[in-house]
Design a protein around this ligand. Structure first.
Ligand code: ADP
Ligand code: MG
Length: 919
């Protein structure tokens, strides 16, 4: 018995191929005279990519097709129960399991068995843990990685579906079923700060969906998203789960409501389907988000990548018992009720049969169950089915049909796809916060700067007035001192003088008394003391002169000091000037910052524009699918970016256009940053989609820039969007000539030669197709390789591309036929010379209406010119014309074909020769 887990679980991953056992041969082994054959012819598939979940940066809802992953099927045998141990004591089990070979032998009678292979064979001894690991764990891991997952149990009532899925294991944790274990794994893996888990729990009975978490909600509508076909139940209660206990309580509550609802409806739970839906939303933390905060400027405009969220949905389905309800209604149901009870289950069987046989129609819409499980079978989810059987030989019939159901389910192939998308909302929130921070920081700096200037100015003023005061004081002091000195000297001189006078008088008096002589006559005698006086006076005079000099020196020194002070004052002024300059610089810096804020704003708009565009594209895809009738010539001409001109509200691009200005947007086409370039070209493309803007774009040099982008970049997205814009501009005759003059055909041809993406090719083909419709450009277009480029693109095979190629050919043929009617064209068609005719003939019967109609028109135009008739007979185009003249759904084309056939002598001769009557 294989009760250990591990290796089995690894092999069990959806999307990986276990090829060791899945041999195609139906080996026959015989033992003991018993005959058995391996019935399972299933499932050796084309090799599929091994690893899933590392899918990196795909943007989920886009066009990626996913990875093949087959529905995995395990069979689980319930041990004999008490009654069976007694009643079947003398009988062998109706099945024999070979878990190591992953085979199940079903006893047909005593000597004959059928052998079946499954992805996993779980015996009556398999533990709940092992069942979880092989059946559910890989699916749960997928859900955590962002893939949808389904786990479903199918089997007769009483064989252990609910035990396998819904057992709570309250008494013995070893008994816990898949729902409980799955939530344990999910809670262990997610981080509740960034991720969220929400749960709904529903019952489907008699085509009515009831909410097991809110019994009053007993008729929930299933809503289908018209864009992508996703189904949802907006009316169902959604409960956020943050811990295991609340989940267990929720399951118990659901079970109680289920019991009550079924009692009310007078049925058993085995007649209804229980559906648990677990939504896991995870934010991807890595990538260069906006972590570096607002410490500056330009680097942050680059990090505009929005955060990524992955949304995986786990659906666990406990189906109603697969046994047939007695048709007579003996269980208390009328026949109508019985049919209704079985409707969903039998619809599921029909869908699985259709998918297993690769049938073109799968009747998903027949029942609510199949609508809800659309993604689980043949969709994008990883799906794991466990079929439960009992051992009793009395139920061999039911057991056999359960096994056959499982075998068919093994053939269903899903395309497992990552559910990842950009979280534009949170990016926008983050950018807004950042913008606020930047503005705040800028204001703060501004204020600090103004304060600083004020402080420095006040300080300088204080210093200057202090210096002036000091200088004035010093000057006053000096002056005072010299005045004092001077006054003192004068006083001394006066004293001396009066002293001398007195002395002189006394001496004269003494002399007169002694000699009685006249003073004047005796003057010679008093000469000596007088001389002394004079020399003393001279000395005094000299001293006076010296102190005068000293005073002058002092004045000079003070003057010098004054000039020094003046200098200090001047340098204070220049400091103020410097500060003024700094103020100016800061103002400029601020303006630059504001510019960047504006750029951020515009990029924000561009982002929302990108989101719009994606949405629009999705919408268009959706509507293309639903209405194939809507392919008028107009919608062929107008490429996908084009907006509805009747739209009253201005689209974000137009707003951006007004705010940022065309020149600025065009200059961004040459930006260094690839992201900016891509955004810019998208904006230009959207503008070019509006006829009103086209002339302005061309005049501003936009057309030249777009053509240069084809030449100078390698980026496929840029090529696609630029080509789309050129295609729109190429709808106008003047622009067509400009495109040709600027070497447009050569650029478009080389873009077409290098492109892989069908959408790029579609845009290029659309652009050339528009040019093909210009009578004046025919020869030039062909000689520069336009027709060859168109024909080269059919290699891609995508119907949208082929439709554009066919349109181009039809346009060209129409111009040619016009020219030949006017007599300006002679000889064979250039299209035929370039080998277009064989492609035209090959595709004339294509299923795709859009392609066929252009080809039919092209054939009619070519046939109008007798110069082409011979070649058309040779290539078999004449038969297509005959067919068109008979079967074409459009009257005008039908009669055009008829007219051309009957007016060409060559055609008439050929038809007569082959006795074809076209009347
Ligand atoms: P179903 O949901 O298919 O009608 P249940 O899960 O209710 O079946 O199982 C019927 C009975 O069998 C229950 O009493 C359950 O406990 C028991 N049972 C089912 N599978 C097992 C198993 N593998 N081991 C032990 N008991 C089981
Ligand atoms: Mg049950």
């Amino acid at each position: 018995m294989s009760t250990t887990s591990g290796a089995g679980a690894l092999n069990y991953r959806n999307g990986t191929q276990r090829s060791s056992l899945r041999t195609q041969s139906s080996t026959s082994t015989s033992s003991g005279g018993q005959k058995s054959s391996v019935k399972s012819k299933s499932v050796l598939r084309k090799s599929s990519p091994a690893a899933l979940g590392g899918g990196g940066s795909k943007s989920g809802s886009g066009g990626d097709a996913g990875v093949p992953g087959r529905v995995r099927v395990a069979v689980r045998l319930r041990p004999r129960n008490g009654e069976e141990l007694i009643a079947d004591a003398d009988f062998a089990d109706c099945v024999e399991l070979q878990p190591e070979l992953k085979r199940l032998k079903l006893r047909k009678n005593n000597w004959d068995t059928d052998t079946f292979e499954f992805d996993e064979v779980l015996t009556e001894y398999a533990s709940q843990k092992r069942v979880y690991e092989v059946v559910a764990k890989p699916v749960v891991e997928g859900v955590l990685d962002g893939y949808n997952g389904t786990i479903m149990a199918y089997g007769q009532t009483g064989t252990g579906k609910t035990y396998t899925l819904g057992q709570l294991g309250e008494e013995d944790v070893a008994d816990r079923g898949i729902m409980v274990r799955a939530m344990e794994d999910i809670l262990a893996e997610v981080s509740l700060e960034t991720d969220s888990i929400s749960v709904s729990y529903l019952q489907l009975y008699m085509e009515t969906v009831q909410d097991l978490l809110d019994p009053s909600n007993d008729n929930i509508a299933i809503v289908e998203d018209p864009k992508n076909g996703d189904v949802s139940l907006p009316g169902a209660t959604l409960v956020e789960i943050r811990d295991q206990q609340s989940f267990l309580e929720l399951l118990q509550l659901g079970e109680a409501h289920r019991f009550a609802a079924n009692t009310k409806l007078n049925t058993e739970s085995s007649r209804s389907h229980a559906i648990l839906m677990v939504n896991v939303r995870r934010s991807l933390k890595t990538r260069d988000g906006l972590s570096s905060e607002s410490n500056g400027n330009s680097h942050m405009t680059k990090s505009l990548k929005p955060p990524v969220v992955r949304k995986g949905k786990l659906v666990v389905v406990d189906l109603a018992g697969s046994e047939r309800i007695n048709k007579s209604g003996s269980e208390g149901h009328t026949l109508e009720e019985a049919k209704s009870i079985n409707l969903s289950l039998s619809a599921l069987g029909k869908c699985i049969n259709a998918l297993a046989e690769n049938s073109s129609h799968v009747p998903f819409r027949d029942s609510k169950l199949t609508r809800l499980l659309r993604d689980s079978f043949g969709g994008t989810a990883r799906t794991s089915l466990v079929i439960t059987i009992g051992p009793s030989p009395r139920h061999r019939g039911e057991t056999t049909s359960t096994i056959m159901f499982g075998q068919r389910a093994m053939k269903v192939e899903n395309m497992v796809k990552l559910k990842e998308e950009f979280d534009y909302k949170s990016l926008s929130r983050r950018l807004e916060v950042q913008l606020d921070n930047l503005i705040e920081e800028n204001e703060r700096q501004q204020k600090a700067f103004v304060d600083e200037i004020e402080r420095i100015t006040v300080e300088a003023h204080n210093q200057i007035s202090e210096a002036e005061k000091r200088y004035a004081n010093a000057l006053e002091d000096e002056k005072q001192r010299y005045q004092n000195d001077y006054m003192e000297s004068i006083k001394k001189l006066e004293e001396n003088w009066s002293k001398n006078q007195k002395k002189l008088a006394a001496e004269r008096l003494a002399l007169g008394e002694k000699n009685g002589l006249d003073i004047t006559s005796n003057g010679n005698r008093s000469i000596a003391p007088a001389l002394e006086e004079v020399s003393e006076l001279k000395k005094l005079l000299q001293k006076e002169a010296q102190s005068k000099m000293a005073a002058e020196e002092e004045v000079n020194r003070l003057k010098h000091q004054l000039t020094e002070f003046k200098k200090v004052e001047a340098s204070g002024n220049s400091e103020i000037m410097r500060l003024h300059k700094m103020l100016e610089n800061e103002t400029q810096q601020k303006e630059k910052l504001e510019g960047e804020i504006a750029t951020l704003h515009s990029q924000l708009l561009q982002l929302s524009l990108t989101a719009d565009e994606t949405r629009r594209n999705l919408e268009q895809h959706g509507s293309e699918k639903t209405s194939s009738a809507r392919d008028s010539l107009m919608s062929q001409l107008r490429l996908p970016q084009i907006q509805d001109p009747g739209n009253a509200e201005k689209p974000p691009v137009a707003r951006l256009f007004e705010q940022v200005g065309l020149q600025k947007i065009l200059s961004l086409l040459e930006a260094e940053d690839a992201d900016v370039r891509i955004h810019a070209v998208k904006v230009v493309a959207n503008l070019a989609a509006e006829e009103a803007n086209q002339q302005q774009i061309v005049e501003a040099g936009g057309l030249t820039s777009l053509l240069m982008l084809l030449k100078n970049t390698e980026d496929e997205t840029i090529h696609r969007v630029a080509a789309g814009a050129i295609a729109n501009l190429a709808m106008n005759e003047t622009n067509q000539e400009l495109i040709m003059d600027q070497g447009g055909i050569g650029l478009l041809s080389s873009t077409a030669a290098n492109a892989e993406d069908p959408q790029t090719l579609r845009m290029v083909a659309g652009a050339i197709a528009n040019l093909c419709g210009n009578d004046k450009l025919q020869t030039k277009l062909r000689s520069e390789g336009g027709i060859a480029a168109l024909l080269g693109m059919v290699r891609c095979g995508h119907p949208d591309v082929l439709a554009q190629v066919a349109r181009g050919i039809a346009n060209f043929a129409k111009c040619e036929s016009r020219a030949s009617t006017q007599g300006t064209k002679r000889g064979k068609s250039l299209l035929i010379e370039d080998g277009a005719l064989s492609w035209i003939v090959q595709n004339a019967k294509t299923e795709t209406a859009a392609i066929r109609r252009h080809i039919e028109l092209a054939l009619c135009h070519l046939a109008q010119h007798e110069g082409n008739a011979k070649e058309m007979v040779k290539e078999g185009a004449i038969w297509e014309l005959v067919r068109i003249s008979r079967d074409c759904s459009r009257e005008d084309i039908r009669s055009l074909a008829h007219r051309t056939l009957t007016s060409s002598p060559t055609f008439l001769t050929e038809l007569r020769r082959l006795r074809v009557d076209i009347r």
